[in-house]
Write a protein that binds this ligand. Structure first.
Ligand SMILES: NC(=O)c1ccc[n+]([C@@H]2O[C@H](COP(=O)([O-])OP(=O)(O)OC[C@H]3O[C@@H](n4cnc5c(N)ncnc54)[C@H](OP(=O)(O)O)[C@@H]3O)[C@@H](O)[C@H]2O)c1
Length: 341
């Protein structure tokens, strides 16, 4: 008897697939039998070559050249896809000089282009990677308030403080959820905390990995002793696929492992890795505690322990030869105001 034909492969697209989160998501999707269209800005750039080495990539991964600022470039990548995951947004490492060009356009116009291209291609579901930067930057939130998905960053404060990253992520996420309600596209947003974890690539280094590198190497910038929520990149990938499978339309999910302050995090790092220098100042700033991922956990999300994330992150950065004696800076977003240039 002839065996039944295999079930059709589910085809999805991931934007910014060469990035930290994008690449772990591609790896997860391939391991679950999905066929993946992966967008990168330059498929011939050697920094993206690692994607083709992922397990199941030869048969199930296709790279597409696309820039989210050019809506038309997304058409071929989204064609035939049942779902799209959208992590592609720059995460600035230095002070933003031209906020429109560097942050707002790629985040907000870029997300608008992704939404419209999804509708045009008949995509059923879109998962947008937002950030807790769209949730927590709000001085009027009461200090004893547990921060959940009903909280939004205050766009006026973001502008006044020239926090263009938080402004861009807030505007992009708001727009995506509004679009979902008005246009019937099933959009879900996920707001990760600071993402750490092992790297799949050795050439590209995400801004959040540079926060960990700074902690290990030290340098001239002060770190604020404030709340410091962290999440593992592999758990972010799990969360993105989980909400894709299970969440209703226009839903928003905070994605953070454990709640801790900078000092607790540094104490943990020092106890696990006493030989790094940790030579930087820690300055007390307004501390807000209590961010919850209960909504995501109720959907079935099980993040790993922070210790596991730190061990795997440190080992991966060491193995990639990134922990050298070169001076380094703390990414601008994490420098406390009195230490900024
Ligand atoms: N890492 C974190 O701690 C963290 C926390 C919360 C939220 N997030 C969000 O997670 C997402 C991914 O962050 P990540 O940490 O994975 O950063 P990443 O490693 O720097 O990846 C960002 C990706 O976006 C792509 N990209 C930038 N501008 C683009 C454009 N105009 N068109 C197409 N692609 C573009 C980059 O492609 P190229 O390689 O071509 O530059 C890169 O692949 C972002 O939306 C970020 O806001 C990150």
């Amino acid at each position: 008897m002839t065996p039944p034909p295999p079930p059709p492969r589910r085809l999805v697209c991931v934007t910014g697939a060469g990035g930290f989160i994008g690449s772990w998501l591609v790896k997860l999707l391939l391991s679950r039998g999905y066929a993946v269209h992966a967008t990168v800005r330059d498929p011939h750039d050697p920094k993206n070559a690692f994607l083709k080495q992922l397990e199941n990539a030869p048969e199930n991964l296709r790279l597409f050249k696309a820039d989210v600022l050019d809506g038309g470039s997304l058409t071929a990548a989204f064609a035939g896809c049942e779902g799209v995951f959208h992590p592609a947004t720059p995460v600035p490492e230095e002070k933003t000089v031209d906020p429109e060009k560097e942050m707002l356009d790629p985040a907000v116009k870029g997300t608008r282009n992704v939404l419209e291209a999804c509708s045009a291609a008949g995509v059923q579901k879109l998962v947008v990677v937002s950030s807790i930067g769209a949730v927590c930057f709000n001085p009027s939130l009461p200090r004893d308030r547990i921060i959940d998905e009903t909280c939004w960053s205050d766009k006026k404060s973001c502008k006044e403080n020239e926090n263009w990253y938080c402004l861009a992520k807030t505007e992009a996420e708001e727009m995506a959820l509004e679009y979902s309600e008005k246009n019937g596209l099933h959009v879900i947003t996920v707001c990760p905390a600071l993402v750490l974890g092992p790297l799949l690539q050795t050439v590209l280094l995400s801004t959040s990995s540079k926060v960990l590198l700074y902690v290990m190497k030290g340098g001239p910038d002060a770190i604020g002793n404030t709340f410091f929520p962290i999440v593992d990149v592999r758990d972010v990938a799990d969360a993105l696929l989980l909400v894709y499978d299970k969440a209703g339309p226009s839903e928003r999910y905070i994605c953070s492992q454990e709640q801790m302050d900078t000092k607790d995090f540094l104490d943990l790092m020092k106890s696990m890795y006493p030989n790094y220098s940790y030579t930087f100042k820690v300055v007390d700033v307004d501390t807000r505690v209590g961010l919850t991922s209960e909504k995501l956990k109720k959907l079935g999300w099980k993040p790993r322990k922070l210790e596991e994330t730190l061990v795997d992150s440190v080992e991966s950065h060491e193995k990639a030869g990134l922990v050298d004696d070169e001076p380094c800076r703390l990414p601008y977003l994490y420098r406390v105001p009195d230490a900024q240039e």
